[in-house]
Design a protein around this ligand. Structure first.
Ligand SMILES: *[C@@H]1O[C@H](CO)[C@@H](O)[C@H](O)[C@H]1NC(C)=O
Ligand SMILES: *[C@@H]1O[C@H](CO)[C@@H](O)[C@H](O)[C@H]1NC(C)=O
Length: 403
């Protein structure tokens, strides 16, 4: 109590320098300064703490007033990294067997896409145009549609490295910049990004003949991948129902799989966007602020950003492979584990639990959020996953790499 009195004396001397109306905030922060009250830099310290208190309180207030700010932070498309790279010339990033082209999923929207063919065809690719690339897509090599995470374009280093590895493993890779990212026009949104992915998938399907087509999502892109896969599955079911009505002797189950996505690979997936934002270190600072959860919920709703991987995996019937590093510092590892359990449960109910795999990477490897491509066994992990077209039994669904 004695200390509080001292502080009051000190407060008076400081008060004269401050604007009226700041007393309330000051007394709110007063207790924090008690221990250092006699040090010479006290008034500066008080100001710093006052500033911190103000910032602490104003951040949620600002986000409530301008919810789109959080949407812009989540997408971070305005960070057009890497700078000084010409997206129209992938060869400059030693992708010499890659075609850059643009798709228009709707009027006024143009999407930048790279099509990288399997490495073994790099010589044929030299000087070849769009017709050759389009034709080659149907050569029976599996096709992977790569849906990247937030921040920057398809030219970011770890994305390019993964494309090279998948191409060397014999796959076609289509690397997309969603609307608002890279050299694509428009503004990102959950609905828009999902329809961009579906549009590219359908574009591929009209050219890929019998090849398998998989979606690979990383980080923010995992939400786009499961959203797209669920929508494609719903459309496939609807189409199958129509066909089955026309051809009475064909069973629904025989038709369905041929239209749905052949597999979904989720690298560093989050359960849903609200939980992901809440798990951010900045949000953790607010975990004891009363009502913070509902404030966050309100802001996310205003942004129309759900990206519910957890809900999507309850209905998705396609094969799923989870890749997650235990030391992931952006999307916590427990989220990947939780999603694996959800997918496993859903597949178990259909007697197809062998279609869900998870590979986790030990902390000692240091792969964290962006470097799973460094795993030398990644091509064989993906290869084994893709080969399991016919539900053959797979004894070790869950593996841990490292140590
Ligand atoms: C082109 O790319 C392939 C595959 O990455 C590589 O093996 C080859 O050496 C490259 N060729 C040239 C001329 O850069
Ligand atoms: C299907 O499973 C059998 C074993 O049951 C295997 O020999 C065959 O290669 C598999 N086919 C494909 C396309 O994976």
């Amino acid at each position: 109590m004695r200390k509080t009195v001292d502080t009051d004396n000190e407060t008076k001397t400081v008060d004269s320098k401050e604007t009226p109306g700041s007393e309330k905030k000051k007394s709110y922060c007063k207790l924090n300064t008690v221990t250092s009250e006699r040090s010479p830099g006290l008034s500066t310290l008080k100001k710093v703490i006052l500033l911190q208190c103000t910032v602490y309180i104003s951040l949620p207030v600002i986000l409530c007033l301008f919810p789109w700010i959080l949407g812009h932070v989540v997408c971070s498309h305005w960070l057009r990294l890497p700078y000084l790279v010409d997206l129209a010339s992938p060869a400059e990033l030693s992708l010499n067997h890659t075609l850059n082209f643009y798709l228009s999923p709707e009027e006024g929207i143009s999407l930048g896409v790279w099509h990288t063919v399997p490495d073994s065809q790099w010589q044929k690719a030299q000087g070849s145009g769009p017709e050759w690339y389009s034709e080659t897509l149907g050569d029976d090599s599996p096709v992977i549609i790569y849906l990247h995470g937030n921040v920057g374009s398809r030219a970011i280093h770890h994305r390019v490295e993964l494309v090279k590895i998948l191409s060397a493993a014999g796959y076609h890779v289509l690397s997309l910049d969603y609307r608002g990212y890279g050299d694509s026009s428009g503004e990102p949104s959950e609905v828009g990004m999902t329809s961009d992915a579906i549009y590219l998938y359908q574009w591929v399907k009209t050219r890929s003949r019998t090849s398998e087509v998989c979606l690979w999502g990383h980080s923010l892109g995992t939400g786009v991948a499961t959203n797209a896969a669920v929508k494609i599955q719903e459309q496939a079911k609807e189409l199958a129902r129509e066909r089955a009505r026309d051809l009475r002797d064909i069973k629904l189950a025989d038709l369905e799989p041929s239209y749905a996505v052949d597999g979904v690979i989720l690298e560093a997936p989050y359960t849903n966007m609200e939980e992901e934002v809440a798990s951010h270190p900045l949000s953790m600072l607010y975990q004891y602020l009363p009502g913070f959860e509902s404030i966050l919920h309100h802001i996310m709703q205003r942004n129309n950003m759900v990206f519910a991987n957890d809900e999507n995996l309850k209905t998705l019937t396609t094969r799923v492979l989870f890749l997650h590093a235990e030391d992931d510092n952006v999307v916590p590892f427990y989220m990947g584990q939780k999603l694996y359990q959800i997918a496993l449960q859903a597949h178990r109910q259909r007697d197809a639990e062998d279609q869900v795999d998870m590979v986790s990477y030990s902390e000692s490897l240091g792969y964290s959020h962006n470097y799973i491509y460094l795993d030398p066994n990644l091509p064989s992990v993906v290869g084994r996953f893709l080969q399991r077209k016919n539900n053959s039994y797979y004894p070790d669904n869950i593996r841990r790499v490292g140590d």
